[in-house]
Design a protein around this ligand. Structure first.
Ligand SMILES: Cc1ncc(COP(=O)(O)O)c(C=O)c1O
Length: 393
């Protein structure tokens, strides 16, 4: 029998503002393709939000990461440090650029890349050459960059990342796919921290969406100019002259129109994300086997995803909880399976992974759409309560 009950989803778009009106403008103006006023406006808004001089909007977040790497000159023969606890788009972007990911574990306090471990690995496994580059002792690949991931939209220690990068001559590309609205603790925007590029995704499950889309923001306007050239077929001048094998990775005016309408409501979206986070954190605080997701002290978290994780000893409890919640009409799925366990990356360079291995199956991202009603939130929390009531349930 097919159930007609609607599952409460994890995160779906909130399109109740001026999205329809701005889309209609695209139709009436015929600006539906890769140039148009909304593209320019959205780029300016993302640059401002990120504390950068310019931004390039693109067709996906994965492409944004790839274009940032390629714009920085990273490619074949290069290595990029990335955490293993991430969505597969992070290492895929590295691979698409021609470079290889070097997978590193995360810390158990922040769930972000372990910078002390990175430092130990660099010192133990790379050799500095006369040209100033550090090569991996076994593969000969040049270590060129580090790509921290802002897990669930929370704040990575970007000052620590920049210090490490300066020590070893690395570029920094931040995978801030879900971190729109997140800032450093002292209020600095992410691109104002000395990193080379900050990359966002505007996929449908993100805090603001363009349907599908991404952006790179950077302090260096020349990097953005290179990315805009690379993502628009490497065309020079008005004729069919191209100076590089490039891509057609641009965002359309239709997607950007959605982005402009979404940004109008970003403050309200962030407020709702915070309220949802607080409800789940309050629930977890009352249950000994649960903890809210970490709140790294480095900044103000935009709380893209919120929920809690299981700290108890029974390995079967996480799957049992997921099954219980699905039976209650709540779409609770496993979180990211770490990259060192994914088929395409089984042979990648990787550190030991005790934290990622122990953690990923215990993480429960709960419904957090900005249009989630209080009634739905109450239902999710009551359903969780029915499972976790009891001693160390
Ligand atoms: C951490 C992370 N990086 C990169 C991406 C890729 O973004 P997109 O789906 O827009 O390509 C995502 C998307 O969910 C993500 O969560």
């Amino acid at each position: 029998m097919i159930s007609t009950q609607r599952m409460i989803p994890l995160a779906t778009p909130n399109l109740q503002g001026r999205e329809g009106e701005l889309l209609a403008e695209c139709i009436s103006s015929t600006f539906v393709s890769s140039v148009g006023p909304f593209v320019d406006q959205f780029e300016a808004q993302i640059a401002e939000l990120s504390g950068s001089s310019r931004a390039a909007v693109l067709c996906t977040g994965t492409v944004a990461l790839q274009m940032a790497l390629e714009g920085l000159g990273i490619g074949a023969g290069d290595l990029v440090l990335t955490p293993s606890l991430t969505f597969i788009a992070t290492p895929n972007a590295v691979s698409h650029s021609g470079a290889q990911p070097w997978l590193v574990d995360v810390t158990d306090e922040s769930w972000m890349v372990d910078l002390d471990l990175c430092r130990r690995l660099i010192l133990a496994e790379t050799v500095a050459g006369a040209d100033g580059l550090r090569r991996h002792a076994q593969t000969g690949e040049v270590l060129r960059a580090i790509m921290p991931v802002m897990v669930m939209g929370a704040v990575a220690d970007l000052d620590g990342v920049v210090a490490l990068a300066r020590e070893f001559g690395l570029k920094v590309v931040v995978d801030a796919a879900a971190a729109i609205g997140t800032t450093m603790a002292d209020g600095r925007a992410l691109a104002a921290t000395g990193v080379d590029a900050v990359c966002y995704s505007f996929n449908g499950n993100k805090t603001i969406t363009t349907g599908g889309g991404g952006a790179v923001a950077a302090a260096d306007p020349e990097l953005i100019a290179r990315i805009k050239h690379l993502c628009s077929t490497g065309r020079v001048g008005a004729n069919y002259d191209h100076d590089v094998i490039a891509y057609n990775f641009r965002m359309t005016n239709v997607q950007a129109a959605l982005g402009v309408a979404q940004i109008e409501r970003l403050p309200a979206f962030l407020d709702r994300k915070h309220q949802i986070r607080d409800r789940y954190a309050e629930f977890a605080a009352g249950h000994p086997a649960l903890e809210a997701f970490p709140e790294p002290s480095f900044g103000e978290n935009g709380h893209w995803f919120s929920g809690f994780w299981y700290t108890g000893a029974d390995p079967d409890r996480p799957d049992a909880f997921r099954a219980h919640m699905r039976a209650e009409g709540i779409d609770l799925r496993p979180f990211w399976k770490p990259i060192h366990l994914q088929t395409p990356y089984l042979g990648a360079l990787a550190s030991e992974m005790p934290v990622s291995d122990a953690l990923w199956q215990r993480i429960f991202p709960l419904p957090c759409s900005t249009h989630l009603t209080d009634g739905e939130l109450d239902h999710v929390i009551a359903a969780a309560g029915r499972f976790w009531s009891g001693a160390d349930a």
